[in-house]
Design a protein around this ligand. Structure first.
Ligand code: ARG
Length: 464
């Protein structure tokens, strides 16, 4: 059994069940790369500050490099008795290079070490999620471009409200994912702060150079308060909140894709490659991907809440509770990435049923607002126009007709301001193209949204 780095003060061996209970190696082994990079930078700094010799430092740096290879080749042995990835690597280094390895932990504690590892890891993952979001935004914009001119019913309360362009509808999601990306870019500033050198909680007596470690590891700044640095996880909670928001956006999109692919809507068909069948009902083709994305959203909300709740009563500074941050963090990262990735692949495999979408704009009095606008345009106050149109709707309902199916005499009976031109006015493309207010659904406005989005994506691609 390997010797524990903290064994000195203990006279009895740790109970096996305690080792199993307290160990986090099964989860935090994925931090190995960042742990090793952090330790190498720490070694170099210790040598530069003459806290250890150059020779000792290079022995340790080389040994750490070899350990990285052992882990990557699957030769590394894990053991619950060594608790976590930090102790595994340090113990292995001692086995490899002898007692000199015991200097690695000079001026350092696992408390600042784990804070460093998690920040480095999350920094990389945040950047990777940003590139997924960027790609997803690109896919959405190209769909919006492909389907320019396709109209469908826009809904409020899931009741047909006013017709919109499909591109407009899709670009709403582009906006949501753009904000998610911006939120991550902003959060990155707070993730990208170097905590090492805070030691256990109070700083260290050694003449370390924290700025040097930060420059070696690519951190633009170092933490200003050691107690905060070892015990804060708000950078992680912020990330999890953003991941939750992004999953919520994916989940809303999923809900629409599920509805739209039902026989009742038949607005879209998700290709066979991205759907699955039923083991009992031969006719079924199920939208499992959006369903699973919608389902996984709950998991990510849970991950967010797990860390938020775990932190809420912790006194300063580090508490072991905080080891529980990693399973939810890793789960949220994996889940969000998997969902973004599958969306990027699935969206181009969606067939749009243009005719069905268009048909949805011909019933349900979807042009009633426009009849009111028509009357208001002829001088009737809008409130009155609303009420007159309401009466026309009620009449048409009793005749099982739409407003545009009424005869000219029927429709004229509601106001003498109405003339023949109302039927042209109520046509779907007219209804849509009159919505020229900035951000509205008129073709021109949507074309403009596409141009702006494409430009923005190009800029973002250069930056990332
Ligand atoms: N495995 C621990 C964690 O993830 C590392 C820090 C342990 N610190 C300690 N004082 N026991 O939080």
């Amino acid at each position: 059994m390997a010797e524990k780095p903290w064994e000195g003060r203990f006279t009895e061996k740790t109970d096996r069940c305690v080792e199993a209970f307290t160990s986090s190696i099964r989860t935090d082994s994925r931090l190995y790369h960042h742990d090793i990079e952090g330790s190498k930078a720490h070694c170099r700094m210790l040598a530069k500050q003459m806290i250890i010799t150059e020779e000792e430092s290079s022995l340790m740096v080389n040994g750490l490099g070899e350990i990285k290879m052992e882990i990557e080749d699957g030769r590394f042995q894990y053991d619950d008795c060594l608790e976590d990835i930090h102790m595994h690597i340090e113990t292995r280094l001692t086995e490899k290079i002898g007692d000199v390895a015991k200097k690695l932990h000079t001026a350092r504690s696992r408390n600042d070490q784990v804070a460093l590892d998690v920040r480095m890891y999350l920094r990389d993952e945040t950047k990777s999620i940003i590139t997924y979001l960027l790609e997803l935004r690109g896919v959405i914009v190209s769909m919006a471009k492909t389907h320019q001119g396709v109209v469908l019913a826009g809904y409020t309360h899931l009741q047909r409200a006013q017709p919109v362009l499909l591109s407009h509808h899709l670009l709403a999601y582009y906006e949501m994912f753009t904000r998610d990306q911006e939120r991550l870019q902003d959060a990155l500033k707070r993730i990208n702060v170097m905590p090492l050198g805070s030691a256990a909680l109070a700083g260290t007596t050694y003449p370390i150079d924290r700025d040097y470690v930060a420059s070696l590891l690519g951190f633009p700044e170092i933490s200003r308060n050691s107690m905060d640095a070892v015990s804060d996880r708000d950078f992680m909670i912020e990330f999890l909140s953003i991941a939750s928001i992004s999953m919520m956006h994916l989940s809303r999109f999923s809900e629409e894709l599920i509805l739209w692919s039902s026989a009742e809507f038949s607005f879209i068909e998700i290709s066979d490659a991205f759907t699955t069948g039923s083991s009992i009902m031969p006719q079924k083709k199920n939208p499992d991907i959006p369903e699973l994305v919608r389902g996984k959203t709950g998991r990510v909300f849970g991950d967010f809440f797990a860390v938020l709740t775990m932190m809420k009563s912790l006194p300063l500074a580090y508490n072991r509770d905080m080891q529980e941050d990693k399973p939810p963090l890793f789960d949220a990262i994996d889940t969000l990435k998997a969902c973004l990735d599958i969306y990027i692949r699935m969206l181009p495999a969606i067939k749009v049923n243009k005719d069905r979408m268009e048909k949805s704009t011909t019933t349900g009095f979807i042009n009633a607002t426009d009849m009111a606008d028509y009357l208001a345009g002829k001088g009737m106050p809008f409130r009155e126009a609303h009420s007159v149109t309401g009466k026309a709707v009620s009449y048409a309902l009793s005749k099982k007709k739409e407003l545009h199916d009424l005869t000219i005499d029927e429709i004229k009976s509601f106001s003498e301001l109405i003339s023949e031109d109302i039927f042209e006015f109520l046509k779907t493309d007219q209804v849509i193209n009159r919505r020229i207010s900035k951000g509205g659904t008129a073709s021109e406005s949507v074309r403009n949204q596409i141009t702006v989005a494409e430009k923005r994506i190009k800029q973002d691609r250069k930056a990332y």
